[in-house]
Design a protein around this ligand. Structure first.
Ligand code: SER
Ligand code: ZN
Length: 517
């Protein structure tokens, strides 16, 4: 293993000139400081190779091999030195700046192409004795508080992560079929979106991948909701709530979605605010629209802020604001909720899709929080009940697959899945066969619903604790009505005669579609 080497040149700035008499105190402090580090670490070498007083500045050069990171040393020195200098010479330590900071280390993989990162000046790759090395030069302009909050460590990690990604692509695919309903009789091999469009059940809007859901299809959605309530939520004791659908950055920072933005798993719609919400500020826009009957994009663009966040994407992250920073009473555990209070939004890249892949989708979210035991148990119960719906109520041909967990996919962090058997920490997808796409083996099946046991990620991310230090876990599942129905129609078609009684039971009267001449 090649050693990690650091070289840092930094400048401390004081409120006044450092007097001659401080020379000895500083020298002594540095010697003790270095000694302490050497004593506490058996390996590696840490040294302050030189230092110099220059007016109100103190210039410092630190070299470290496999030892304390020099910027951590700088933070500690700042604290200790400011106490010494402040007390004896009545001079305040204002802050520090880097003039040069290089970090050399070994990479796990061979870099395929160069890249840059924020707060780096240069990232240089080299090879030596069959090892892939990198030299990272930190941009001296990196703000002090970012250094304090761990940005340097994350730069080093990010370099490694990015190099590894050059090899594996954005995501490591993971898909293992763990259960299959077996073959079912199929009543159609037509494209379900086209069937529903022709029958006037759904209609495309002027906007990309968005559909109008007519009374006919809405009746089916209502039936599905009721089936979920009767089959999952009532028997398992879930309560309904309404999770916000506008999500500000603070939520996506804590859920780590923000870090995966447009990296292949998290494609949100952004939300902006008016810079000034006044009639005067927008008068020219209003005038322009009135006169031209068109929208002045550039004029508008000037009057809005950068995104403050976006529209709900994964449904459950904004739930956590409720519990953020709180300690849950033991008697309130486990918490079991569901939400269908509004659509969620995904900017689906690529060409126009059908009803199975809409930008505005109507999802029902299942969410549970409790001790690890409670969470595991509820996760398994929900999975059983969902299987019951797809199998016994809708009579679908579907399978269950263990996949890359949604929170890893959406945050774009690579982490290994838990090895433990079946559903411990991880995501199970429910996927339906769609005859119009081809035969069972080669065609792409449709993910209708997932269920996950997430572990401690969310309680941790949102600083949620439980009485008596009970460890908190959570789990969740999402299913979209658009997808349930696409799957159902793609197997059963539009003729009610071919629909199972267990589903028909939930439909009083299917409104006749409006006809157009
Ligand atoms: N939050 C999960 C997802 O995004 C379940 O809804 O898929
Ligand atoms: Zn969720």
């Amino acid at each position: 293993m090649t050693k990690m080497k650091y070289h840092l040149e930094a400048i401390f700035n004081f409120s006044g000139s450092l007097p001659e008499e401080s020379q000895e105190d500083i020298q002594q402090f540095f010697e003790e400081f270095t000694e302490k580090i050497q004593e506490s670490r058996k390996e590696g070498k840490f040294s302050i190779t030189s230092w110099e007083r220059k007016d109100s500045n103190l210039l410092l050069v630190i070299s470290s091999i496999e030892s304390l990171l020099p910027h951590i040393a700088i933070l500690r020195i700042r604290k200790q030195l400011s106490a010494i200098i402040g007390k004896k010479f009545r001079i305040g330590l204002r802050g520090f700046k880097f003039s040069k900071y290089t970090i050399e280390t070994e990479l796990d993989d061979k870099p395929l192409k160069e890249f840059t990162l924020p707060f780096t000046k240069k990232i240089k790759f080299s090879e030596k004795d069959d090892k892939n090395l990198v030299s990272i030069e930190i941009d001296p302009a990196i703000p002090e508080d970012f250094v304090e909050k761990g940005a340097i460590e994350r730069i080093i990690r990010r370099v490694n992560e990015k190099v590894s990604k050059q090899h594996y692509g954005a995501k490591k695919e993971h898909h293992e079929i763990v259960w299959y309903s077996g073959e079912k009789k199929q009543f159609t091999d037509k494209n379900p979106t086209q069937l529903m469009q022709k029958a006037n059940w759904i209609q495309r809007t002027n906007y990309r991948n968005q559909f109008i859901l007519t009374p006919t299809i809405t009746t089916l959605v209502e039936a599905l909701k009721q089936i979920m309530v009767d089959s999952v939520y009532k028997p398992l004791g879930f309560d309904q709530m309404m999770i916000p659908k506008l999500v500000d950055w603070s939520v996506w920072l804590r859920s780590e979605h923000a870090e995966g933005i447009y990296q292949g798993g998290f494609e949100p719609y952004f939300v902006v605010q008016p810079k000034e919400p006044t009639p005067e500020y927008f008068e020219e826009v209003a005038d322009y629209i009135t006169i031209t009957k068109t929208i002045p994009d550039d004029m508008l663009y000037d009057k809005i802020t950068a995104p403050i966040g976006g529209l709900s994407y994964a449904q459950c992250p904004p739930f956590w604001v409720w519990l953020q920073g709180k300690t849950l009473a033991k008697e309130s555990l486990p918490i079991k909720i569901y939400d269908w209070s509004g659509p969620t939004y995904r900017y689906e890249a690529g060409s126009a899709y059908g009803f199975e892949r809409v930008d505005e989708l109507h999802r029902i979210e299942t969410l549970f929080i409790g001790s690890p035991e409670q969470t595991k148990e509820i996760g398994l119960q929900v999975r059983d009940k969902l299987r019951l719906i797809f199998e016994d109520v809708l009579d679908l041909e579907f399978r269950e697959a263990k996949v890359m967990p949604w929170w890893l996919q959406q945050s774009a962090h690579e982490e290994e899945m838990d090895e433990a058997d079946d559903l411990v920490v991880g995501t199970i997808d429910f996927e339906a066969y769609m005859p119009y796409r081809g035969n069972r083996d080669d065609s792409e099946w449709l993910e209708m619903q997932n269920i996950s046991i997430i572990g401690h990620k969310y309680p941790k991310g949102f600083s949620v604790k439980a009485e008596g230090n009970i460890e908190l876990w959570s789990g969740c599942g999402g299913g979209s009505f658009e997808r349930f129905l696409t799957a159902f129609i793609s197997q059963k078609g539009l003729e009610k005669e071919n629909w199972p009684d267990t589903f028909l039971k939930y439909i009083d009267k299917l409104p006749k579609p409006v006809k157009f001449h």
